[in-house]
Design a protein around this ligand. Structure first.
Ligand code: ADP
Ligand code: MG
Length: 585
């Protein structure tokens, strides 16, 4: 038996954490704290950015918690949970990704001394969950509704929410400009549940489109045009995409139409040699002309059908050749071939047309329309722009700026802002930001803890203390004296009248200010989701007291040893190191 157990030790890679119980928990907590330390300095309007580059030479500069966490490529199994909550916060609500990681790590940090003192983690988990429920109830109570306001009022309130999100980003300097653009885009899309599933896609290298996709098609797009000033960015109430490859004759086509009919095709409009489709044998050379004529007739027939449909703009996913381009030009029709599939889908969704796979029988219903179609020069690029689309539910932001990395970060920041405005529009409740809401919940929980007899009082107090990490970090990142500001905040929030509740960190003076009247707002849903997710993650990590590494992922050496031992021995040996249970088997 002893001889059998001998090789079992090499099951574990060198340096693998095999500790259990308290030691394992503490090590997990340390790993999470280390991860949070990476993103810590990015929080808030004075937060710093991170430059991450990989061995392939791609460089990303970002302030977004989820992006940084994703790129960090964390391997620690417990710390990975933090990556997951950052990602889920990003997809659920779109903002508060740094917040969620910081909170989770701080909850764990506060739990650490208790764990070291021998408190059972289940006790902590129970208290944390209670505290979380209380905190969320309190947020809901404090949240202010923006429902029932006129569209104009709502727009300006939403723009303020968006500019709070943008203030911490690279494009913070132009936050008003972009905030109103974001609000217009979101309002153009409407309160449509088609946006439930939002993802970001990159289509081509030259201009990167980042359309927000949805179940039925793509609704909102961001186009990047390198060069130009940020302020040259603009919003299209419809679809825009870069001009596709074109043939001679294209320049003779008109470039602007009012209320055109739009034909969308998945058909090749090129002169094709029919010898590829069929084998033709001729006995008389004079018949050759008839074959050539037939080929021309096929394409002319197709083109005539397109023209007869009444369409003024013809788009095709496949090529539109030089013959067709000239033919359309002679008849004052605009055409574009090789349009990317996503763009064609968006044009279809926006203009109400349907993509046709044949040119036969084109009825009016399959044609789309829009108020204005125009081909426009934007910087070095030319864009096909469809604006004033009847289906309405599309918008495209054409983003301009200097370096690629800058534009990409701007896109991520706009994504945050878009999500926030959408959430605020949908849930329409906001809370005071700048750490105000965190301080207020913290005060409330401390007050509540005093009414509890027993150990839980201490745990809830720790939870309350952990929440203060947000204002503290905001101060640290701005170079303020955190202790000083936090004391002022505590004193203000402790006022019995409750008038101090909206007070948070004043990022411009280093003191405290009423976040609500300063329009530092955050949608309540961001805070609720962040606290929920962070508590869940903390509880999850606290409930793990042993890491069992799957032997399959071990090195070849480990594999060989493992297979020599057989399955049952492996498990026993692993446990045996800690508790000696393997020996009894
Ligand atoms: P996250 O990824 O968590 O959204 P951010 O870097 O966007 O991180 O920072 C958000 C935090 O910064 C929030 O707590 C928000 O209240 C705060 N904040 C944003 N703008 C301001 C401001 N002008 N003054 C004070 N705090 C602000
Ligand atoms: Mg943010």
């Amino acid at each position: 038996m002893a001889a059998m157990l001998q090789p079992q030790i090499i099951l574990l890679k060198e340096g693998t954490d095999t500790s259990q119980g308290k030691a394992q928990l503490v090590s997990n907590i340390n790993a999470c704290t280390a991860v949070a330390d990476v993103v810590r300095s990015t929080l808030g309007p004075r937060g710093m950015d991170k430059l991450i580059h990989d061995d392939k030479g791609s460089v990303t500069i970002s302030n977004d918690g989820a992006t940084i966490m994703k790129l960090l490529d964390i391997v620690h199994p417990a710390a990975k949970i933090l990556v997951d909550i950052a990602k889920s916060q990003d997809s659920e609500v779109g903002d508060g990704t740094t917040t969620v990681v910081l909170l989770a790590a701080e909850f764990l940090k506060e739990a650490k001394p208790f764990i070291e003192d021998g408190v059972h983690s289940q006790n902590l988990i129970r208290s944390y969950r209670t505290a979380c429920t209380l905190a969320i109830e309190k947020i809901k109570e404090l949240a202010v509704s923006i429902e029932g306001k006129s569209l104009e009022e709502k727009k300006s309130l939403l723009a303020k929410c968006a500019s709070t999100t943008l203030s911490s980003k690279l494009i913070g300097g132009e936050k008003e400009f972009f905030a109103s653009m974001v609000v217009d885009a979101v309002i153009a899309i409407g309160n449509d549940d088609r946006l439930n599933m939002i993802g970001i896609k990159k289509v081509c290298a030259l201009i990167v489109f980042a359309p927000l996709c949805c179940r039925y098609g793509v609704v909102l797009g961001l186009c990047f045009v390198p060069g130009g000033n940020m302020r040259d960015s603009f919003l299209v109430n419809g679809v825009a995409f870069k001009k596709t490859f074109s043939y001679a004759g294209f320049e003779q086509q008109p470039k602007k139409f009012l209320n055109p009919k739009i034909l969308l095709l998945n058909v090749e409009l090129e002169l094709k040699s029919e010898k590829e489709n069929a084998e033709i044998r001729l006995s008389d050379p004079s018949q050759y002309q008839s074959i050539v004529d037939a080929e021309w007739n096929i394409i002319y027939d197709k083109l005539d059908k397109c023209v007869n449909s009444g369409a003024k703009v013809v788009l095709s996913r496949l090529a539109i050749g030089d013959l067709a381009t000239q033919y359309f030009a002679d008849r004052d029709i605009f055409c574009a071939g090789r349009v990317a599939e996503e763009d064609l889908k968006r044009v279809a969704a926006a203009t109400g047309g349907t993509v046709q796979t044949s040119v036969n029988n084109i009825i009016d219903e399959v044609l789309g329309t829009c108020d204005v179609f125009e081909e426009k020069q934007v910087g070095n690029e030319r864009f096909n722009i469809f604006s004033g689309c009847p289906s309405g539910q599309t918008a495209t932001i054409v983003l301009r700026g200097g370096a690629d990395q800058f534009i990409e970060e701007a896109e991520r920041s706009l994504h945050d802002a878009i999500m926030i405005v959408r959430r605020a529009l949908k849930n329409s409740t906001v809370v005071a930001g700048g750490g105000a809401i965190d301080m207020e919940i913290s005060r409330y929980l401390r007050q509540h803890a005093r009414t509890i007899a027993g150990k839980s009082q201490l745990f809830i107090n720790s939870y309350a203390k952990a929440l203060e990490v947000i204002p503290r970090q905001l101060c640290d990142n701005a170079g303020f004296d955190a202790t000083d500001v936090l004391n002022k905040l505590r004193q203000k929030h402790a006022l019995p009248s409750g008038e101090g509740a909206p007070y948070g960190v004043d990022i411009s003076t280093g003191g405290i200010a009423n976040s609500f009247t300063n329009f530092v707002w955050e949608p309540a849903i961001v805070k609720i989701n962040a606290i929920n997710a962070a508590t869940e993650a903390a509880c999850l990590i606290l409930s793990v007291d042993e890491t069992v590494k799957n032997p399959k992922s071990e090195s070849a050496q480990g594999d060989a040893a493992a297979s020599a031992m057989g399955g049952r021995g492996r498990g026993g040996a692993f446990r045996g190191r800690g508790r000696g249970r393997g020996m009894r088997r």
